[in-house]
Design a binder for this molecule. Structure first.
Ligand code: MRU
Length: 329
């Protein structure tokens, strides 16, 4: 059965609690937009496109069903996570429909449907970049759990698998939330795609040994020159890939572009609690007295990216000029 991170029913949003995976498949039912905001903040649901879709449904709950002040609903949902631009993109769409007197629920459903269709296109285009039997390294979780379904980077791998290209996946554990070992491995198992989990610090040595044919990751925000924010650790992979002559691909829908920004320096980077680094799912793994730095994301400069795969086409060696053309700016 296909993996879903969220299911909308009129007046009710069901979320698969990603904090409990892979041990338990627990569904939460939310009817309050404030609970939706908390679920985004606490990573019950995560991944840029999924956050956008869920925020749109949160807006429907608050404005249509709870009859709350739309500005208050908008601000509450907006102030959850700062880096993934899909959140703001989706909320802007909802605000626009509200102003025009359109159907909010239908708009949220469209955002979800469009994301799924977009991922299928990204998968179909992207899989052609992978050689037969490719050993692909991926970071974080960019699959059905991070989107409206199918996935972006993991969607490319899924499409390659379904097309009989026999991909093999190295799954970066992805400290500290372990989106790789907990979520990506879980999705790959369900899909029957061969994979092995590695610690984040193993990537360089695997590349040196010639065991990685391509790196493919998702994105939380891409500037108009192609600088890409994604899960912390992505930049290190890009540098390693360049050193070892391994292609480095970013797969993302055009809703992940922020044409208002030029340089990656301008992307707000989420800083989360040091406690999330010092504790691992309830287990203390560092001295309580030590401080820790927990940046959720890093920025990979466009120069390190071999190609960005979008539903509108593939941008090789991304530049501002090529991205402006892709986005019709
Ligand atoms: O902190 P997360 O789990 O929300 O971070 C997710 C990522 O960094 C993903 O790579 C990105 O959102 C793309 S998901 C298709």
């Amino acid at each position: 059965m296909e993996v879903k991170a969220f299911v909308w029913e009129p007046g009710r949003l069901k979320l698969l609690n990603q904090l409990k995976l892979p041990r338990k498949e627990e569904w939460l039912e939310l009817t309050d937009y404030r609970a939706v905001a908390e679920a985004i903040k606490n990573m019950v649901v995560r991944g840029a496109p999924a956050i956008g879709c869920v925020a749109a449904y949160g807006f429907v709950l608050g404005v249509k069903y709870q009859k709350e002040d739309p500005q208050k609903v908008y601000e509450t949902l907006k102030n959850t996570r700062p880096t993934a631009v899909n959140l703001f993109w989706a909320l802007e769409r909802m605000q626009k429909v509200l102003k025009e007197g359109g159907d909010l629920e239908e708009e949220a459903r469209s955002i979800e449907r469009e994301d799924y269709e977009t991922n299928l296109k990204i998968g179909e285009l992207g899989r052609r970049l992978l050689p037969e039997g490719a050993k692909v390294l991926t970071h974080c979780n960019t699959g059905a759990l991070a989107t409206a379904g199918w996935g972006t980077a993991l969607g490319v791998i899924r499409s390659a698998h379904r097309a009989g290209q026999r991909p093999f996946v190295w799954v970066d554990e992805t400290r500290p939330y372990l989106q790789g070992s907990r979520l990506t491995a879980w999705e790959l198992l369900k899909e029957g795609i061969p994979h092995r989990i590695i610690t984040d610090n193993a990537a360089g040595f695997l590349m040196k040994k010639g065991l990685v044919d391509a790196v493919i990751v998702g994105a939380d925000r891409i500037t108009r020159r192609g600088d890409t924010a994604n899960k912390i650790g992505t930049y290190s992979l890009a540098v390693l890939a360049k050193e070892h002559g391994v292609p480095f691909f970013v797969a993302a829908p055009t809703s992940t572009f922020d044409p208002g920004l030029v340089s990656g320096e301008e992307i707000p980077i989420e800083e989360r609690s040091p406690e999330e680094v010092k504790n691992c799912f309830g287990c203390q793994i560092a001295p309580a007295e030590s401080d820790a730095l927990h940046l959720g994301f890093d920025v990979t400069p466009a120069e390190l990216i071999t190609a960005i795969i979008t539903e509108k086409g593939i941008v090789e060696n991304p530049t501002e000029e090529k991205i402006k053309k892709l986005l019709n700016l």
